[in-house]
Write a protein that binds this ligand. Structure first.
Ligand SMILES: [Zn+2]
Ligand SMILES: [Zn+2]
Length: 372
């Protein structure tokens, strides 16, 4: 069977021959891959700065953004059946029974660091014709989302972020906006999304859907394909090249929420220095280590104190974030179907994987389709 693998010892990336999976236990399923998204994490693994094969393997099968179809189910599988569409989560718990987060099913907060991640850390990923997985790590997707469900995993980043933001901002008891479902709403609040990659654009859709007055702030000069996509669902795109930080403040007003999805510390800290009164700033990007940069530390520290600000980081996502991502994808599909579909730049065959992973990045979200 064909898979796309990275071989750290040889520093090679390409199509490899990978054994066909079997049902490892009664609660396992065999999944046929349909779509697998490629992201910056995959491309970084292919530069061999991180990413670890499983212990017994020389290679790591890549891919953590998957949508597939159930092919075969073990005898103890309860809810899924052959033909169902599913999206798997990525992180698996560590083996230590004293790790309270993993024991509670919250391996996104694992306290030992010994979690594994499919396609990233010590466990093969989904960029393969078939894979096996336990039912508890698979999420059912309705067929109406067939074309876009490969975006569930990158959407879970903002879903988990908001599951941290709302409880934190309940410290402001007068903010009582409710959305149609009775959940919290961003009505009357201003949000800035930093970055216009897939994580940023999906974040902007989520914040707009939650009622925030949302803006995307990104480097590239507009118009460009990303700015056009962002504006197609009614979110203003502001280029950092045209509008310096002070100008951003004039356009947005009090910044209640920043969702950082750019992974570049210079712009991230500049925007932190203009976070508003009672604001919350969420970091999601992981910059490569570089030489120290200059930041206006006094301004930032003064503001955090005098403006009652909160700064949080978030990584990975729990199962409830996957479930809410699938629900929200359905909302986006109703409200902005063309914009949502336009996030997927192109579907490629597995033969194109090497150049997609190694050549200069292009487009917004490139997908390897196994459904040829
Ligand atoms: Zn990814
Ligand atoms: Zn753990």
């Amino acid at each position: 069977m064909q898979a796309v693998g990275a071989i750290p010892k040889k520093k090679e990336v390409g199509i490899i021959d990978h054994p066909m999976p079997t049902l490892e236990s009664d609660d396992h399923l065999i999944i046929k891959s349909l779509d697998v998204g490629i992201c910056g994490t995959d491309r970084e693994i292919c530069t061999f700065v991180y990413g670890d094969p499983p212990k017994e393997s020389d290679y790591l099968v890549l891919g953590h953004e998957s949508m597939g179809e159930v092919q075969e189910v073990g005898s103890a599988v309860q809810h899924l059946k052959p033909g169902d569409l599913v999206v798997p989560s990525v992180r698996r718990p560590c083996v230590f029974d004293y790790c309270a987060p993993c024991q509670a099913g919250r391996q996104d907060f694992c306290s030992t660091g010994h979690f594994v991640e499919r396609g990233i850390k010590m466990s093969h990923g989904f960029m393969t014709e078939y894979y096996s997985e336990q039912e508890q790590f698979l999420n059912f997707v309705p067929t109406s989302l067939r074309d876009v469900a490969v975006l569930v995993e990158p959407l879970t980043i903002v879903e988990k972020a908001m599951s941290q933001v709302w409880p934190t901002q309940s410290r402001l008891p007068w903010v009582k906006h409710k959305n149609a479902n009775g959940g919290p709403s961003g009505k009357g609040l201003n949000a800035v999304v930093l970055g216009a990659g897939p994580v940023g654009i999906l974040g902007a859709m989520k914040l707009k859907a939650e009622g925030f007055n949302t803006f995307v702030y990104s480097r590239s000069k507009a118009p460009n394909p990303k700015s056009e996509l962002v504006e197609s669902f009614g979110v203003p795109y502001i280029s950092a090249l045209d509008t310096p930080i002070e100008g951003l403040l004039d356009q947005v007003g009090n910044i209640d929420l920043v969702y950082e999805a750019v992974g570049v510390s210079t712009i991230a800290y500049q925007v932190l220095s203009i976070l508003g009164l009672n604001g919350i700033y969420v970091f999601t990007g992981i910059p490569a280590p570089k030489a120290p940069i200059e930041v206006n530390a006094d301004t930032i520290m003064r503001n955090v104190v005098l403006k009652n600000q909160v700064v949080i980081g978030t990584v990975n996502a729990d199962q409830s974030s996957f479930i809410s991502a699938i629900k929200d994808l359905d909302v986006f599909m109703q409200r902005w179907p063309e914009s949502l579909k336009a996030l997927i730049t192109k579907r490629f065959s597995i033969e194109d994987s090497q150049s997609l992973l190694l050549d200069k990045a292009s487009g917004i979200k490139n997908v390897i389709s196994f459904d040829a």
